[in-house]
Design a binder for this molecule. Structure first.
Ligand code: PLP
Length: 418
């Protein structure tokens, strides 16, 4: 039955009660049972982001440059603070967007238009040579702009393979991509080597730090072994980093940066031939919530460098213990050597998807990896709070699967959904 508008309006209290009741069927993310989609450092930081978002609930960041000086100021400051964090040189520029996918699409478009101008070929579409582990946002960009994505297999340690990527280049290549880290394996690609390749071949290197950009710098400050991934690496032309992931800011908020003003110039959409005059935007979308800008600004101001280091300290205490507990379980092993807070593990003697199936009976939404078959989780503090329950259920699920004669699971790995 198709839903229809209620013929008469309903009281607010009923509607709000409905909203709360409908949640009953959702995954218990606060209880750590969602393997992705959600990020939380603490209830207090979420509450601050929410309050700041609601303060700017009605304003439209599309009008930041003309109508809302406050939004413009916050956006500029967020970008500038991030440029410092990513060791960007003088003259580098950046923009806020509404998410990682939008940042990737815009970086691809900016690279294409810059390369068209640089090569004097205004019709060049070209190809993007990327590690097989890069996010499908690049394939979405390619679909929109008629580009080709050449996915190159990763090495045995699940990282990008610069030599194999070089072999995939041709005269129509416009962009190289590495991740910091990639979503499937949580490992940071060898960005220094990719930077050397980009410099040697005169190509644009994009670093997709969407998922780890706002965690990796603090991990490094804490002395953890984090390979260079930002503008300190020669050859990195652009970088994307999501505020709404490990920046712990409210959705929707991401950032994208360019090494030089000449590159950043091509990011803008500037249409002059319209009855309403000139139409200028820095995002793919037009109207966008100013709340995302205010939320990010507020969380940055509240946490500062010390605050982010404190959050990272707590998160890594949990992640290190989590990895140790997985490794201590007979038959289980971690996929690669994940650098941050994405961890995938597999089993030698049983089908790990069947374990995920058993776990789902207790409300743990399966997060799966396809190559190799593994259980995958992108974790933050709700996962820490529920870790003992997780391992109790994991142990029980493994015992059920080991004692059963059923065949492989028919579960399918999936990230988004219809
Ligand atoms: C490495 C990487 N890049 C890009 C994205 C896309 O981000 P969004 O879902 O905000 O569009 C993700 C999402 O998980 C990601 O892991």
């Amino acid at each position: 039955m198709r839903a229809t508008l209620p013929p008469t309006g309903r009281p607010q209290a009923d509607i709000l009660a409905d909203l709360r009741a409908m949640r009953r069927d959702d995954v218990d993310w606060k209880g750590g049972r969602s393997p992705a989609y959600m990020f939380q450092a603490s209830e207090a930081i979420t509450a601050l982001g929410r309050e700041a978002f609601l303060e700017y609930f009605s304003e439209n960041a599309l009008g930041a440059g003309r109508a809302f000086a406050s939004v413009k100021r916050m956006e500029t400051e967020v970008v500038e603070m991030a440029l410092s964090l990513f060791q960007a040189p003088e003259g580098a520029a950046g923009f806020m967007t509404t998410g990682g996918t939008e940042s990737l699409i815009q970086a691809a478009q900016t690279c294409r238009d810059y390369t068209r101008a640089a090569r004097g070929d205004p019709r060049l579409n070209g190809n993007i040579v990327a590690a097989d582990s890069v996010h499908p946002g690049f394939d979405k960009a390619a679909r929109l702009m008629d580009l080709e994505v050449r996915r190159v297999p990763v090495t045995a340690d699940f990282r990008a393979d610069p030599r194999a990527m070089e072999a995939a280049l041709d005269e129509r290549t416009i962009m190289l991509v590495g991740s910091a880290p990639c979503y499937p394996f949580g490992v940071i690609d060898p960005i220094t080597e990719l930077g050397e390749l980009a410099t040697r071949r005169g190509l644009w290197l994009h670093v997709d730090a969407c998922v780890g950009g706002y965690l990796a710098p603090f991990a490094r400050m804490l002395g953890r072994d984090i390979p260079a991934f930002d503008f300190s690496v020669p050859g990195v032309a652009s970088l994307s980093a999501d505020l709404h992931k490990y920046g712990f800011c409210p959705k929707p908020a991401s950032t994208v940066f360019y090494r030089t003003p000449e590159m950043a110039r091509h990011h803008w959409f500037d249409f002059k031939d319209w009855p309403s005059g000139r139409f200028v935007t820095s995002t793919l979308v037009g109207t966008r919530p100013a709340g995302g800008v205010a939320g990010a600004w507020a969380v940055f101001q509240h946490l500062g460098i010390e605050g982010y280091k404190r959050v990272a300290t707590d998160l890594f205490a949990f992640i290190d213990a989590y990895k140790a507990r997985i490794r201590a379980m007979p038959g289980l092993s971690i996929v690669g050597e994940p650098h941050l807070a994405i961890v995938a593990y597999t089993a030698a003697d049983i089908d790990i998807y069947r374990v995920a199936e058993e776990m789902s009976k207790n409300g743990w939404l399966p997060g799966l990896l396809r190559r190799p078959r593994a259980i995958h989780r992108m974790m933050s503090m709700p996962h820490a709070a529920s870790v003992d329950a997780y391992f109790a259920d994991l142990q029980a699920a493994i015992a059920v699967v080991r004692s059963s004669t059923a065949g492989d699971s028919t579960l399918q790995a999936q990230y988004g959904g219809r």
